[in-house]
Ligand binder design. Sequence first.
Ligand code: FES
Ligand SMILES: [Fe+2]
Length: 367
Amino acid sequence: MQLSLANVLSGYNDRAPLSQASTIPAAWYTDRRIAEVERLSVFSKTWQLVARTEQVKTAGQFISTVVAGEPIIVVRGNDDVLRAFYNVCRHHAAAVVTQPCGQASLLHCPYHGWNYGLDGSLKGMPEFEGVENLVPIRVETWECFVFINLDENAAPLVEFLGGLVARVAPLGVSQLHYFDRRTYDIHCNWKVYVDNYLDGGYHVPHLHKGLNSVLDYKQYTIENEDRYCLQSSPMVASDADDTGAARKGDRAWYFWQYPNLMINCYEGYMDTNLVIPVDVDHCTVIFDFYFANTGDAHREYNEQSVNVGNRVQEEDLGICEDVQRGLKSRAYRAGRLSVRREGGEQLFHRLLAADLRNGVAHSCAAD
Ligand code: FES
Ligand SMILES: [Fe+2]
């Protein structure tokens, strides 16, 4: 017999102190109903990274993507205002913009040819003009990133990011230049990937020998605040393999912002990881790599560095897929957390539990 959603949600105690806490129950990683509540109550209500500011810098530049199953566009207007819209034609619901990014003077629907201005207003259709404009969405920027929020009542982006804003500011990430992207399709629930990231370096000595050689594992610190966790470690010089050349500086900075964004910084280097749920047991993770210098003279070094990031990612993938299989086993209900290392996971699970319970309470109230 299938448990009710309320019963599945009640299987997690978010008040237990870390030393007594369990992880969220295995069912939260495998139950399709939870994935749907997450789509509506987490991904449709939080600020989601959708682009880099340099992609929408001049009038007419646009990007299109999908957030929580909703097709969206972000476009810079002729008045220099950045706007976002649902990428859904008001005529018969076709996607108005079909390229992932580009530049246009009008947004032209390919189905029956309706045209919209860069401000979303329908053009040249006397019977509809001024009525059937594209439906707007909240859009804001922070550092070199563009975020949207499908919830029109959401608090502003800086409020959502909270202490992360001041913590990231000294690292000067907006001075770095975008270099390359890698996309990974992983056979695991999106939360398995986030949990793996937030285990306070616990898995690093076992799974990532190269990365481990440049981190001072014993000095690894974990800071939880608002909706972010910062894991940080002093760096040590290493010539064990190519990791030492590609990951330099005094400290490694690994930020996670609830629910699905990671920002990893070393000296002259950043990669962002965006974890996108596909269905209950698949996710896509997008890595964007940034460097201090992206001129031709630096290409080989940067490519080598991307390869190091790619190798670490490959080491994580197999484990995440194994964990997803294990979570479905009758032998497993929930796990425990290391007090020294896994406080970030507890923060994640608490924030998630609060959003899911809120979402279910509101949808019950609406029924
Ligand atoms: S659906 Fe866009 S013009 Fe018909
Ligand atoms: Fe890892």
